[in-house]
Design a binder for this molecule. Sequence first.
Ligand code: ISE
Length: 334
Amino acid sequence: MTIRIAVIGAGLMGADHAKIVANELPGATLQVICDMDAARARSVADETGALDVASDPMAVINRADVDAVIVASPDFTHAPLSKACIAAGKRVLCEKPLSQSSTECIEVMEAEMQAGAKFVQLGFMRRYDQAYVEMKEALASGSIGRALMMHNFHRNVETPASDFTGAMAITNSAPHEFDVIRHVLGTEYASIAVWQPKRSDAVVAPVVMVLETTDGQIVNIEVNNNANYGYDVRAELVGEKGAIAMNNVSYTRTDLKLSNSTRYDADWRTRYAEAYRRQNRAFLDFVRTGVFPEIGSDCWDGYCAAVVAETGARALAEGVKLPVNMMAKPEFYA
Ligand code: ISE
């Protein structure tokens, strides 16, 4: 039986998810594209062969011919739409963040707990990227010994929006690192401190964060949303016996004039194309079986990312290192 999927939001990420559902998810049907902008919904539907278009997300979630939902609308809609999916008893793959407010994340967790089952998988797709998978395996096998440090870079060509700020580097971009690092290390954060170099012409200067984990590891993260040259994510996990670093994915190298060069991706959609495919296949299995994907991000993970981001934004504003204070993990998410 095919799973009929609605994609809510026909922007960059919605269009990308629609293509994956249409072309790379055997067993799924792209049932509806929903966007408040009817022309945008139509254009994505035409491109992907979606069966229908709509403009009211709540109505779409409740349609009898929709089995599962992908939410890729603006950030502030993620939590209310996830709650609507829970109320309708439908599994949802919700783009990150679950919410930028940890209080709102708690509300979604409460809705899930009341429903008695997990319904929300979060789109922290990096967990499915092979580099992070191998880092986690290296720790599990003991090959590099116990983890000591993790170094991370996250660079975009330019800020995604003109009103982007340094705080948003922490609340919009860094949550990917916050999530995948605690997933790889299997620990939580104890504190965060944040710095920004001063640049006279800065639109958004880079942000450098240092976090301590509850297991005593040190994590540093540079987020540079205006790196100019390409989408560049790097990570190196340092253990007591060795280290494991991510290689940039590049199929070719050009040799010319006594030098060689490789290409950068323009953004995350191509860099993480395989991770998105794996994530969305895991979501389809979740819809079919009701068993939450082994390495997927759930609402608790969304809450953790939101708490670290909120604390990081305050640490930047106040210029001090702050403790990361999280609620006790509910038994339901253990
Ligand atoms: C964007 O919102 C994302 O989610 C991307 O994956 C990330 O790389 C980028 O920095 C964010 O702005």
